[in-house]
Design a protein around this ligand. Sequence first.
Ligand SMILES: NC(=O)c1ccc[n+]([C@@H]2O[C@H](COP(=O)([O-])OP(=O)(O)OC[C@H]3O[C@@H](n4cnc5c(N)ncnc54)[C@H](OP(=O)(O)O)[C@@H]3O)[C@@H](O)[C@H]2O)c1
Length: 244
Amino acid sequence: MSSLIGKRCIISGGSRGIGLAIARLFAAEGAACTLIGRNMESLTSAKASLEQKHDSQKHDTTPFDVSLVNGWEKLVANTKGENADILVNAAGISQNSFLFKASTPEIDELVATNLMSTIWSCKYIIPKMMKQRNGCIINVSSLLATHGGRGSSVYAASKAGIIGLTRALAWEVGRFGIRANVLLPGYIQTDMTKGMDNNGELSALIPMGRLGLADEVAEAALFLAKCSYAHNCVLNIDGGLSAT
Ligand SMILES: NC(=O)c1ccc[n+]([C@@H]2O[C@H](COP(=O)([O-])OP(=O)(O)OC[C@H]3O[C@@H](n4cnc5c(N)ncnc54)[C@H](OP(=O)(O)O)[C@@H]3O)[C@@H](O)[C@H]2O)c1
C-alpha cells in the first residue's frame, strides 16, 4: 500500500457530501487537496475542515462549473509544473423524472455535469499524469448505472457512461503508470438523498438495513488510492443493495 503523503489530490465535488468525505480522509492520510465546486462559501468551509499534517501539505480551492471544458483547461494551465497524483471525480447532480417528461435543458445539464465533466477532467489531467508516469483516477458512478431505477433514466445513462469511460481508460493509460477505477455507491446519506428515507422504506430495501455514510465511501476510495494493483476496479459500495 503506497502512502498519500506528498500527493496532490484534485477532487471535484469536494465541497460537500462524498467528495468532501474523501478529501477529509485523504488529507488525514497526508495528501494535499484541491477542492472543486461552484460555491465559494462551501469550498472555503470545506477546506477549513481538512487536516494539515505537514507544512508542505497545502490545500486549496478552485471554484468552477465542472461541466464546462474551459474550467478544466484553466485549472491545468494554472497548475503547470505542479503534480496531479490523484483525480477524484465526485461532482454530480441527480434526477427524478421520467425521460419523456424531462426538459432538454435538464437532460443537457445532467449529462454535462455527471458525464462530460468526468471526460473533460480525465482528458486534461491525464497528460500531466503521463509526464509523471504515475497517477490514480477515481470516478464516482452509481449503482443505478448497472441497475437502473424509476425516474433515473438520464442519471443512470450518465453514470453508466462513467463506467464505460473508466474501463476504456484503464486499457489506454495503464502502461503510463496511471490506474483508473470506479466506485458504484448505493444510497448514501448526503444532501442528494435528503428526505428520501423519512419513513424508513428505502432502508428496508437495503440488506444492511440503512443508507451508507459518505465516510464509508471515502474508505473505499482510500483503498483504490493506496492499492498499487487496483486498476479497472468497478467497486460496489451499497450495503448489499446490488444483491437484491
Ligand atoms: N448520495 C448518494 O446516494 C449517491 C449514490 C450514488 C452516487 N452518488 C454520486 O456521488 C457523487 C457525490 O454525490 P453526493 O451525494 O456527495 O452529492 P452532494 O452532497 O449533492 O454534493 C455534490 C457535489 O458536487 C458539486 N457539484 C455539483 N454540480 C457541480 C458543477 N456543475 N460544478 C462543480 N461542482 C458541482 C457540489 O458543489 P456545488 O453545488 O457547490 O457546486 C457538491 O460538492 C455524485 O456524482 C453522485 O451522483 C451519490
